[in-house]
Design a protein around this ligand. Structure first.
Ligand code: SD4
Length: 322
């Protein structure tokens, strides 16, 4: 699909009213019909995750329940090897998980470096709802999860253990672009009431240093939501997302009038300018405005997202810069 068609598909088809400048020159500005409920999520595993989220949204449930239950699907799927149970381990062979969640009142909860719990997003929600804090990490997060009734289980599945043993032969840390095309899941939803929520959960970069925390549990990096301005989430090399306060920046640009698409493109552009010679760098953003407009953009080809609204569940290729 050429870039222009991809752009149009990314933006959805609707009436052209005015013109905007994009990475591909001047294009008609596209106004989408107000659409809700709506859920979008990163990568192929967004399709089954959206199904679970839509089941809640279409029955009048809240966006907060939808994003939690939605991302629980890849978290619990051992075949989803970059999220939750089944995720690839760090270089010590230990699976450590990062996740965060945010609701329409800008309340948030987060866990990082969490071990042995299959559904970190649900622990993050408990942090938000049951503690005076935003973020718990490591042993403290695990202890809190146990107190909340979660079980400790082995998260390292055979395939991930084998990948790790193969990796040990060379022990070279080299993040791979679009790992199997289903990385971190970031999900943004707007419910029938018009309230937005977001969730982001991952096992992080495969074979990372023990103790490494990426962008995904960092409010403002892997996920951000402001009820007045919109919501955004990120996937890709977390260090670069943290350095640009990526998701917070996308939301802030929307507050200042950019469409979700323009905001995603601008922050991707900043990351490219900071790293002009990095040929292996991939970062992608997904964004949602309070009106239900969607944006998605990445540094390189390969980033896609799933969108579920009244018309059904669809996998869409995001636009890309290089
Ligand atoms: C991280 N952002 O831990 C995550 C990994 C990811 O696509 O999303 N990769 O850096």
């Amino acid at each position: 699909m050429n870039n222009r068609r991809q752009f149009l598909k990314t933006m959805g088809v609707a009436a052209a009213a005015s013109w905007v400048s994009t990475a591909w020159g001047r294009m008609p500005a596209i106004t989408q019909k107000r659409s809700r409920p709506l859920v979008i999520s990163t990568w192929n595993h967004g399709i089954p995750a959206n199904e679970a989220a839509w089941d809640i949204l279409s029955h009048g449930g809240t966006a907060l329940d939808a994003v939690e239950k939605g991302v629980n699907v890849p978290e619990l799927d051992p075949e989803s090897r970059s999220v939750g149970y089944g995720g690839r381990p760090d270089r010590e062979g230990i699976v450590t998980l990062d996740a965060c969640i945010m609701d329409h009142e800008a309340r948030c909860g987060s866990v990082a470096f969490l071990q042995g719990i299959k559904t970190p997003i649900s622990v993050a929600r408990k942090v938000m709802e049951e503690t005076p804090h935003v973020m718990l990490v490591g042993k403290g997060a695990q202890q809190f999860a146990l107190e909340q009734g979660f079980k400790i289980e082995n998260l390292l599945v055979e395939k991930s253990e084998k990948d790790w043993k193969d990796w040990l032969e060379k022990s070279q840390y080299q993040p791979v672009i679009n790992v199997e095309n289903h990385d971190t899941i970031g999900m943004l939803a707007i419910d029938a009431e018009g309230n937005m929520s977001g969730a982001c959960t991952t096992s992080g970069a495969a074979f990372k240093m023990h103790g490494r925390v990426g962008d995904s549990p960092i409010i403002g990096a892997g996920l951000f939501l402001d009820p007045e301005a919109g919501a955004a989430c990120a996937t890709g090399l977390g260090e670069m997302v943290i350095r640009t306060a990526g998701s917070a920046m996308v939301v802030e640009l929307m507050r200042h009038g950019r469409t979700p698409q323009q905001a995603c493109e601008e922050v991707v552009g900043r990351i490219i300018r900071q790293n002009p010679h990095d040929e292996n760098l991939q970062v992608g953003f997904l964004a949602l405005s309070p009106k239900g407009e969607v944006g998605a953009y990445s540094i390189r080809r390969g980033f896609n997202y799933a969108r579920y609204d009244a018309r059904g569940n669809e996998l869409i290729d995001a636009g890309f810069a290089k």
